[in-house]
Design a protein around this ligand. Sequence first.
Ligand SMILES: O=C(O)CCC(=O)C(=O)O
Ligand SMILES: [Fe+2]
Length: 202
Amino acid sequence: MDLFNQTPDKNQNLLPYDGTVNYYGRVLSHAPAHALFHTLLETIDWQPDKLRMFGKIIVTKRKVAWYGSNPYQYTYSNATKTALPWTAALLELKTLVEQATGETFNTCLLNLYHNGEEGSSWHSDDEPDLKQHGAIASISLGAERNFLFKHKQTKEKVAILLEHGSLLLMKNETQSRWLHSLPTTRKITTPRINLTFRTIVV
Ligand SMILES: O=C(O)CCC(=O)C(=O)O
Ligand SMILES: [Fe+2]
């Protein structure tokens, strides 16, 4: 019996209440995940993100991209993005994620963090363009990073390590009751790509 390298139980809820987060572990093995990382690096239309913070426009070092089944618009942090058509790699990954989770998605937001000094501050993905309480599936490629949840009222925190090739599913009340963040760290010097498959309502 291997006590130290158990595959995670995808049916276990990592949140103690008010939402559901399931960690599926590595749904892509090392080599295909590595190949996908490089395909995405080369074929995705990466753009710096522009965020409005305290009345100022901040251009992030982190790069983002927005793809979907139709030119869906997504407004967050006072900026609107129009989805580009799926690339072959994204469409293949969408199918894999839909089969693994039993959910369906029509869009994907991609983030490229060049190193540990780039991250994502506390937020919820609860914009009105997104299906309320819809599932969000998160694929991680490259550097392993910690991911945190913080309950909006109780402030309780839950931490999880997002491995190379892994899948995390957030659903039900997760976005309305919890914040999440990708904390920065100087210890990580290599890049990471994250893809979150989402559902835009029309
Ligand atoms: O990079 C991640 O793991 C999460 C990114 C995120 O929360 C988002 O794009 O909304
Ligand atoms: Fe998010």
